[in-house]
Design a protein around this ligand. Sequence first.
Ligand SMILES: [Zn+2]
Length: 363
Amino acid sequence: MPELPEVETIAGDLRGLVTGARIVGASCNWPPTLRSHDAGAFARGVADREIEGVGRRGKQLLIWLGPSARSDRPGNPPDDDPVVLTVHLKMTGQLFVVPADTPRDRHVHLVLSLADGRELRFRDMRKFGRIGLYRRDEATGEPVAGEAPRVLATGAEPLAADFTAGRLAEMLSHRRGRLKTLLMNQDFLAGVGNIYADETLWRARLHPLRDAQTLRRDGVRRLHKALRDVLAEAVERRGSSVDDYTAPGGDGSMQDHLRVYQRAGEPCDRCGRPIRRIAVGGRSTHFCSWCQRLPAEQRAAAASGWTRRGPRWTELEGEGALGRTRDEDARVADRAGDRTRRLDALQKAAAARRAAARVGGPA
Ligand SMILES: [Zn+2]
């Protein structure tokens, strides 16, 4: 699922492409895509509004629309009010801005027609993406209070200027639980998902199962720096184009710079020992069990059978250790000198799917 860097990239691309464009109509062929309206009411709600800008909150896009040029109906939302579209891409959502005569494949579920002859299209193979239309609080750019309960993340924005190491320490001081789970909690921190949680913890040399309460000042500082560094680098590289993520302006390149995510079995860039993959809370988690250790007290508590020379991941018994993914198998085989081209082929196939989606794709 696109995380902060991917959504930030899409927001930046869209801002350049559609700011100032006027929406003349909308059509939706998969009603559950719309959180707030049925297709007809949504089309009336967005028509004759100008796109004033594009932003982001957590993993969601915010598309800001001005008052309707009609200003003649009370309606919902009222024509006179500025509004915001919240766009949650979920697993496979993609946005493209194309001339209206570009072929549309069957995965395009929402189309905003623009006055200049282009369309802003929402394409979503798995159909988990959700779009809402709300009156906008002009101070925050978000839906007015109470209008969109539980739609947006409430956690801190990790790249915001006021997100300091001190603030993170303060936030952690009244939280319990494992670091990995906490980093991905959108009401704790907004925008971090599986990829950047794993990458952050590797950079900070912190074990994903580490209890947040056991972090000392130095650990918090490392966590804060790793989080900001990895997210900023990923924004710079236009995000990680794994699976279906692509932006209106093209793919990202951060996938080539990830150190642990989907690299199980490959040597750790820091110590050369193999990256491990385990399940935490049902999500796969990648880490180096040598560089990212649990503190002694937690290790002892977690692993009753642990000995000094015993496996460092006994604490994972019952969590269910996972095998490698197909990509990881292919990559490990590559490194072992087996000249398989499987990984290349898999990555090329994914890139071809994204490229096809961009031009309307095969139906
Ligand atoms: Zn290592």
